[in-house]
Design a binder for this molecule. Structure first.
Ligand code: SF4
Ligand code: SF4
Length: 116
C-alpha cells in the first residue's frame, strides 16, 4: 500500500508534501512528454506509508491508495507509471507557496467534479 497524489495537485506551486516526506519519494517530471500532468507523483514502491504528506497537502490532493476517490482512479495508475519511468523524474524541489483559501480549494474540487 502507498499514498497517491491525484489530479487535485495539478498546477500547484506548493511542495508541502515533499517537505515532510522522510524518504524523498515524491517526484516531479523532468522529461519532454507533455502528456504527463503538471503535478507531483509519489513512487508507490518507495513510499513507507508514514502518513505525513496527506495532512500536509493544502489542496487535499493526497489519499491513501485504498481511499482514492473513484473518479481519480487513473491517477493511481499514473503514480505507478511514474515508478516504471523513474529515469524521467527527480525528487521534487521544495518551493513553498501561499496556502490556498477555502474558496480556492472548493473551486479546485469543482473543476474535477469532486465532492468530498
Ligand atoms: S506517506 Fe510518507 S513516505 Fe509516503 S509519500 Fe507520503 S510522506 Fe512520503
Ligand atoms: S502539497 Fe499537495 S498540491 Fe502541493 S505539490 Fe504536494 S500533492 Fe501537490
Amino acid at each position: 500500500m502507498a499514498y497517491i497524489i491525484t489530479r487535485l495537485c495539478v498546477d500547484c506551486k506548493d511542495t508541502a508534501c515533499a517537505d515532510v516526506c522522510p524518504v524523498e519519494c515524491i517526484y516531479e517530471y523532468k522529461g519532454d512528454d507533455k502528456s504527463w500532468p503538471n503535478q507531483l507523483y509519489i513512487n508507490p514502491d518507495e513510499c513507507i506509508d508514514c502518513t505525513n504528506c496527506e495532512p500536509a497537502c493544502p489542496w487535499r490532493a493526497i489519499f491513501e491508495e485504498d481511499e482514492v476517490p473513484g473518479l481519480f482512479g487513473p491517477d493511481t495508475e499514473l503514480n505507478y507509471k511514474m515508478a516504471e519511468n523513474a529515469g524521467d523524474f527527480e525528487v521534487a524541489t521544495i518551493q513553498k507557496g501561499a496556502a490556498p483559501t477555502e474558496d480556492q480549494i472548493a473551486g479546485n474540487f469543482a473543476k474535477y467534479d469532486y465532492e468530498p
